[in-house]
Design a protein around this ligand. Structure first.
Ligand code: X5A
Ligand code: ZN
Length: 585
C-alpha cells in the first residue's frame, strides 16, 4: 500500500494578476496561493508531504479536453498588448488574461497531471496540487470564471487514457458549479461528476439552467452527473455532511471509482465573499476523510476557488493534514441540515435508476419546486444582499483547534502467539493498559470475528437509541444493504451523537468480508478524538490505511431499504442529520 502525501506547488503560478479594473475578477489574486502555501509551511505540514515538481501540460494533454482553435488562441496571449488582452478577455465570462497566464495555466494542468502520476504510480497514496489559474469553469473552447484550462477534466481523461482506468469520480466541493467539467463528461458513464453549488434558483453565477438537480447526464452518461444546488446562502457543516452521507457517499460506493479527483475550491467555506456559506474550515477534514477509503485511498485534491485568504489557508491546511492521515477534529455546530436547502432526495429522485435507492417513493417531493421562486422581488433582495455580504466577509470563526495525533494511535490486545502488526503497540491479554495513560492510546485492538448483517446492525442502532426494535426477515442483508445502512444511518448518527467510545464487535459467521469491516472502521474514525476501542482481526484500517475497494455494488435488497427507511423515519425527529427532506416553501 502506497504511503505519503504529495504536495505540488510552484511559485511561478503566483506570477500573473489582473492588470485593469474589473470588480468581478479582482478577488482572484496571487496571494491566494502564497497564503495557502505559507500556511502549510508554517504549520509544518508542507515538510511532511512529498514535494513533487510541476511540469507544463503538453498540447496533447490540453487537447484531451480543449479544441485546437481555443488552444491556438490562448497561445497568442503572451504576445498581446494590454489592449489586445482586454479585448480577448471580452470573448469570455468573468475571466482575465495576462501575458504570463498561458504559462501558469500549462503549469496548473501539468501540476494536476504530476499529482495523478505520483498517485497512480504509487509514489504516494494521495496528494494536493496548489494551482492557479483554477479549472472547473473552463470549457472546450472557452475560458470562464477565472479558469483557462480545465485541470481536473484533463486529469480525468489523462488518467483514463494512460492508466486504463474504468471509473473516475470527480467531487467538486467548490461553491460554484463546475459547468466545464459537467459538459466534458455529461455523456460519459466512466466519469461520475458530483457538484454542490450556490444556485438560488438560477440567480447565482453562472446562472445556468443545467446546474439544477435535474441535470443528471445524457445518453450513456445519464445518472453520472449529480448536482446539488443550494437555493440559499449560509449552508453550514451539517448541510455538507448530510449531503455527503445521504447523496454522495452511497453513490460513490456504488460507483466504486479507481481514482478520486477533488475540485477542491474553498469558496464554500465561511467568510468567502462569493459563497457566503457558513461551513467552517475543519469541515474539509471530514469531507476529505470520507473520501479517503474510496479507490483504495487514491485521492487527488486540486485547488479551485477560495477568496477569503484566512479561511482559504485554514481550509487547505485541514485538507492536507487529513490527507496525511491525521484524525479529523470534531466538527463545530452540527445543527442539522438547513431547512432552506434543496433536499438531497430530489437529486436521488432523478438518479435513482443508477444509484442505491435511498428513499421510499412516499418520501419524494413533487419535482417542479426548483424554478418556482425565480421571480422574487429582485431589487429588494439585492439591497439586502449588499448588507449581508459585508457581514459575511467580516464573519468571525475560531481557528480550527490544533490537531494532535494520539501518541500511540493503535494498540493491540492479542494472544501472545499472534505477531503484533507493524505500527501497533502490543499488550498481552492479561495486561491492562495503564489507566493513567489512557489518553495516549487511540485504539485498543483485540481479535475476534464478527457477524453484522443489516438486520443486526439495525437492531443494534435501535437499541442504542432507545427506539423500538425492528425485527427483519432473517438472512437478509448483504454488502450493499450494509454499506447503505452504515452511510445513511450509522455515519450521521455517529456525527451527531459524538461518542467518546466506539465499540465494534465482530461476531462469528458473518456474511460480510474483512474489507467491508475495514470500510466501517475507516468511516467511523471521523469524530473528535474518541478513544476507539475496536475488536477485530486486522489493525490496518485503524492505522489509517485505505480499505480495499469493495467493487461496484448493486442496489440493496428492497427489504433492507425498507427497514433502513422506516428506522430513519422513526429516528429523524431526534436526529437532525437524518432529516433528509427539507421544507420547500
Ligand atoms: C474557480 C472559481 C469563480 C468565478 C466567479 C465569477 N471561479 N463571478 O471559484
Ligand atoms: Zn468557486
Amino acid at each position: 500500500m502506497a504511503a505519503g502525501t504529495a504536495l505540488i506547488y510552484d511559485e511561478e503560478m503566483t506570477k500573473y494578476k489582473l492588470l485593469w479594473v474589473d470588480p468581478a475578477c479582482k478577488i482572484e489574486a496571487p496571494e491566494r496561493l502564497t497564503v495557502s502555501h505559507e500556511a502549510l509551511v508554517r504549520s509544518g505540514l508542507a515538510d511532511r508531504c512529498v514535494s513533487i515538481p510541476v511540469r507544463e501540460a503538453t498540447d496533447e494533454d490540453i487537447l484531451l479536453v480543449h479544441s485546437e482553435e481555443y488552444l491556438e488562441a490562448v497561445k497568442k496571449t503572451p504576445y498581446m498588448t494590454l489592449e489586445d488582452l482586454k479585448e480577448f478577455t471580452l470573448h469570455y465570462g468573468d475571466v482575465y488574461f495576462h501575458p504570463n497566464i498561458y504559462h501558469c495555466a500549462k503549469l496548473a494542468a501539468g501540476a494536476t497531471l504530476q499529482l495523478v502520476d505520483s498517485v497512480m504510480m504509487a509514489k504516494v497514496r494521495n496528494g494536493m496540487a496548489l494551482v492557479r489559474p483554477p479549472g472547473h469553469h473552463s470549457m472546450r473552447s472557452a475560458a470562464n470564471g477565472f479558469c483557462v484550462f480545465n485541470n481536473v477534466a484533463i486529469a480525468a481523461q489523462y488518467a483514463k487514457q494512460k492508466y486504463g482506468l474504468k471509473r473516475v469520480l470527480i467531487v467538486d466541493w467548490d461553491v460554484h458549479h463546475g459547468q466545464g467539467v459537467q459538459y466534458c463528461f455529461e455523456d460519459d458513464p466512466s466519469v461520475l461528476y458530483f457538484s454542490w453549488h450556490r444556485y438560488e434558483h438560477q440567480k447565482f453565477w453562472p446562472n445556468l439552467r443545467e446546474s439544477d438537480f435535474d441535470s443528471v447526464g445524457k445518453e450513456k452518461g445519464a445518472g453520472f452527473t449529480i448536482n446539488v444546488p443550494w437555493n440559499d446562502v449560509r449552508m453550514q457543516n451539517s448541510d455538507y455532511l448530510s449531503v455527503f452521507c445521504h447523496v454522495l457517499l452511497p453513490v460513490a460506493y456504488e460507483f466504486s471509482p479507481d481514482l478520486v479527483l477533488v475540485s477542491a475550491g474553498f469558496d464554500s467555506a465561511i467568510g468567502d465573499p462569493e459563497g457566503e456559506m457558513c461551513a467552517t474550515p475543519d469541515i474539509f477534514a471530514h469531507l476529505t476523510h470520507l473520501l479517503m477509503n474510496l479507490a483504495g485511498g487514491k485521492v487527488c485534491a486540486v485547488l479551485e476557488g477560495g477568496y477569503n485568504l484566512t479561511s482559504l489557508a485554514q481550509s487547505v491546511c485541514q485538507t492536507v493534514q487529513t490527507l496525511l492521515g491525521e484524525p479529523a477534529p470534531r466538527p463545530a455546530n452540527l445543527e442539522g441540515p438547513c431547512k432552506r436547502s434543496v433536499s438531497p432526495s430530489i437529486t436521488l429522485y432523478i438518479v435513482r435508476k443508477k444509484v442505491l435507492l435511498l428513499f421510499s417513493p412516499a418520501d419524494l417531493p413533487a419535482c417542479d419546486i426548483s424554478t418556482k421562486r425565480i421571480k422574487l422581488a429582485e431589487e429588494e433582495e439585492n439591497m439586502d444582499k449588499q448588507e449581508e455580504k459585508k457581514s459575511t466577509e467580516e464573519n468571525v470563526w475560531s481557528q480550527p483547534p490544533k490537531r494532535i495525533s494520539p501518541l500511540i494511535r493503535t494498540a493491540v490486545l492479542l494472544p501472545d502467539d499472534v505477531p503484533c502488526p507493524d505500527g501497533c503497540q502490543h499488550f498481552s491479554s492479561s495486561q491492562d493498559p495503564d489507566p493513567h495513560n489512557k489518553q495516549r492510546y487511540g485504539t485498543v485492538v483485540g481479535n475476534a470475528s464478527f457477524y453484522l448483517p443489516v438486520s443486526t446492525l439495525i437492531k443494534f442502532i435501535s437499541y442504542l437509541f432507545r427506539k423500538s426494535v425492528f425485527v427483519l426477515p432473517q438472512g437478509c442483508g448483504d454488502m450493499s444493504g450494509f454499506m447503505h445502512a452504515v452511510l445513511g444511518l450509522l455515519l450521521p448518527l455517529g456525527y451527531e451523537y459524538d461518542p467518546s467510545l466506539v465499540l465494534l464487535v465482530q461476531m462469528p459467521d458473518s456474511g460480510l468480508s474483512d474489507s467491508v469491516w475495514q470500510h466501517l472502521i475507516g468511516l467511523l474514525q471521523v469524530s473528535g478524538n474518541p478513544s476507539h476501542f475496536l475488536i477485530m482481526p486486522t489493525a490496518s484500517s485503524l492505522l489509517g490505511e485505505a480499505a480495499p475497494s469493495l467493487g461496484q455494488l448493486h442496489a440493496p435488497l428492497p427489504e433492507d431499504v425498507e427497514a433502513i427507511e422506516s428506522l430513519r423515519h422513526k429516528l429523524k425527529a431526534d436526529w437532525k442529520l437524518l432529516q433528509t427532506t427539507g421544507e420547500f416553501a
